[in-house]
Design a binder for this molecule. Structure first.
Ligand code: GCU
Length: 679
């Protein structure tokens, strides 16, 4: 293993000469302040400008003259119209970038209310240069949409990563000394800071209690110290039974004083070493994890106990709503059923963390009905960046389009326009905290994420966490330019591949609202047929697709599990009726006969077949487009992606053939020839 991974989107390759002329006036840098965070910003800017333009920035001691000005409090030293207003509106972590003056007095001002804001402003300015944007009249005021923007690492203390496809854990490494990985960690920290990620959960939600013992807390302290100058706080996933398992208490009942004291002491111990520790993430009473319900208590009892311990230090509890039990008629309903009645019962420093969809990170799900349904609780959205259900790190699937689909879904909670984004970013409900989490796809692989294009998912998640109104294609373009090349001949086709990739995966894996057809336990290839004796029914694909001679799909309409009523009107009625339900979710909500007539006029069976064909065809097109990229980027990455696309193409066929041949045993209908789809 190399000591450190590659530089991701922070390569700082030379930008074109035209751009250089534009920037050449800026050869001097004035820095206000000298905190570690400002130090990171300053060094990044110096290195970036050196790489992109070959200019060695001169450090200046005066605020006048042609220069870049960086820091907090510049508004008190220079008189720039609009600067005060910008600072008033950009909040604690936003920033203002202005180009002012002319000729020999041209200045670029990067300022904010805090050092963290300056750091983010610096990276934004660098990004503009990397993308060869025109900065002649730059005037930017930016404010992040979410206060806490986190990565969740599902890293186990033994160095493995749950649902990780890019090598071992970067955090819990037994072969390497912390110092050996310093360079590696710095790239991680810079990459996150460059997109505004300000928190990271270091261990798996299926948490080992031992993470709270000295042995592991020492590592947490080291990581916190390293990440602090990048404005990244560390958080830990905790196991609800920790007081009993590592504390030796009789039980972990959240209403028992002794248990409450144990947590308070533990929290105090952590804050002594890490004064800016972020808080806890908890998966409780889900998939066999312990939780307050083991003692007849509620999620609120459990979360509030931890919240009380963390409250004196401004720590946060992120309590996951991903719960389900084998009983019950429909797993998709359970988060809503368990959590909505608890609305208003959580302490102010608790945020309920809700997966984007009601089941589990499928290639396509409707949004979780919990969004918009708890107006007295801080709710946060959890996306999965690692591709557990989208081909691991073998398939190219750009996830920004999927995340945008969720953000823009209308909950109707306060009438039309109440999108999931608005229901979580504080604009619809007065949430005490706003936050967002992405399950990381990062490991010790040299390219960090297994597939080069999976780096885009880390990047895009961060960008959307900062501003969910950004467009998926704009983000993709930025990333391609920074990571590979700004040349149109490369960017346009590659962006086209990215933008169509997620729908391709939906088509060859789970079209028309089908879900969870993946192999039991590993979740990689198709196994819609799985029946395992003794396994929980809701773990098996058949539970979800319900294929029989009568038809296919999960009936969640009022004639079935009635999950539709968890959505606000008019959505509940729209989903309830197969004629108005969006066809890309039709088998999520309905069980329909094979000869059901779709809007195209085709039977459901034929439509299903063509979707599977389309998915495979799209991957073949991706391969063709990518082949033409040869020579436009370095051979190594070109070949790597070509190789991965070949795997994806083979696996898309595998998915199509496996699913169609299996479903055909029920439909008894002929599979139409591939190219016969009526137009
Ligand atoms: C999925 C995943 C698990 C994970 C769980 C969770 O079910 O397969 O590995 O633990 O989600 O989000 O808690």
């Amino acid at each position: 293993l190399a000591e450190s991974g590659e530089n991701l989107w922070l390569r700082y390759d030379k930008v074109s000469d035209n751009v250089f002329d534009d920037y050449s006036v800026l050869e001097t840098l004035y820095v206000e302040g000298n905190s570690p965070v400002i130090g990171v910003a300053r060094n990044e800017l110096i290195n970036a400008i050196k790489g992109m333009t070959s200019v060695d920035l001169d450090l200046s001691k005066k605020v006048s003259g042609s220069s870049i000005l960086l820091g907090v409090g510049l508004n008190e030293k220079i008189d720039v119209q609009g600067l005060e207003e910008g600072l008033e509106s950009c909040g604690p972590e936003g920033y203002v970038i202005r180009r002012v003056g002319k000729d020999k007095e041209t200045q670029v001002v990067i300022t904010a209310n805090t050092d963290a804001g300056v750091l983010y402003g610096t990276f934004a300015f660098i990004r503009m240069m990397q993308n060869e944007e025109d900065i002649s009249a730059i005037n930017v005021v930016e404010t992040p949409k979410y206060e806490l923007r986190l990565l969740n690492h599902w890293d186990n203390l033994d160095g493995t990563v749950e649902r990780g496809y890019a090598g071992h854990s970067i955090w819990w490494n037994r072969e390497k000394d912390f110092n050996d990985l310093r360079d590696h960690y710095q790239i991680y920290a810079r990459a996150n800071a460059s997109v505004g990620i300000n928190g990271t959960v270091l261990n798996n939600v299926n948490a080992a209690p031992e993470v709270l013992t000295d042995e592991y807390l020492e590592q947490v302290v080291r990581i916190a110290d390293l990440l602090r100058p990048y404005n990244i706080k560390v958080y830990l996933s905790v196991n609800f039974s920790s007081p009993a398992v590592i504390g030796g208490l009789e039980d972990s009942d959240p209403l028992r004083d002794e248990v409450r004291e144990w947590w308070k002491d533990k929290v105090e111990e952590i804050y002594e070493e890490i004064p800016d520790f972020g808080g806890f993430l908890v998966k409780a009473n889900s998939e066999g994890q312990p939780g307050p319900q083991d003692y007849g208590r509620t999620h609120a009892d459990g979360a509030n106990m931890l919240a009380e311990a963390l409250e004196p230090y401004d720590g946060i509890v992120m309590w996951r709503a991903f719960v389900y039990a084998p009983s019950g008629d429909d797993r998709a309903k359970q988060a809503y059923t368990e959590f909505v009645p608890l609305d208003g019962k959580f302490h102010e420093n608790v945020i309920v963390q809700v997966k984007n969809g009601p089941i589990d990170f499928q290639p396509r799900e409707p949004f979780s009905p919990v969004f918009g349904a708890m107006d007295e609780t801080s709710l946060m959205i959890e996306f999965q960046i690692t591709q557990e259900y989208l081909g691991f790190s073998n398939h190219l699937a750009y996830l920004a389009t999927m995340q945008k689909e969720t953000f823009e879904s209308d909950t109707y909670a306060k009438g039309p326009g109440s999108t999931v984004a608005k229901a979580t970013d504080g604009s619809l409900f007065s949430q005490k905290h706003t936050a967002i989490a992405g399950v990381a796809n990062i490991g010790r692989d040299v390219n960090w994420t297994g597939h080069h294009f999976a780096q885009a998912n880390w990047y895009a998640y961060g960008r959307l966490a900062w501003d969910h109104t950004l467009r998926a294609d704009d983000i993709g373009k930025e990333w391609l330019g920074m990571t590979f090349s700004n040349e149109d001949a490369f960017v346009e086709p590659s962006l086209n591949i990215m933008m169509r990739s997620r729908e391709a995966v939906v088509n060859y894996m789970t079209p028309l609202g089908l879900h969870h057809l993946m192999g039991w336990s590993h979740h990689h290839g198709p196994e819609p047929w799985t029946e395992i004796e003794g396994a929980r029914p809701d773990w098996l694909p058949k539970y979800y697709h319900n294929a029989s001679e009568d038809g296919i799909g999960f009936d969640r309409s009022e004639s079935g599990s009635n999950a539709v009523v968890q959505y606000e009107e008019p959505l509940a009625s729209i989903y309830n009726n197969p004629k108005t339900c969006p066809e890309n979710l039709i088998l999520w909500f309905h069980h329909l006969p094979w000869d059901y007539t779709m809007s195209s006029g085709l039977s459901l069976w034929d439509e299903l077949c063509y979707h599977y064909y389309d998915g495979v065809e799209e991957v073949r097109l991706m391969q063709k487009k990518w082949d033409r990229m040869q020579g436009l980027i370095d051979d190594e990455r070109f070949e790597h992606v070509r190789h991965k696309l070949k795997i994806q193409s083979r696996e898309a066929e595998w998915w199509r053939d496996a699913c169609l041949l299996y479903f055909q045993t029920f439909s008894g209908m002929p599979i139409p020839a591939e190219l016969e789809r009526p137009v």
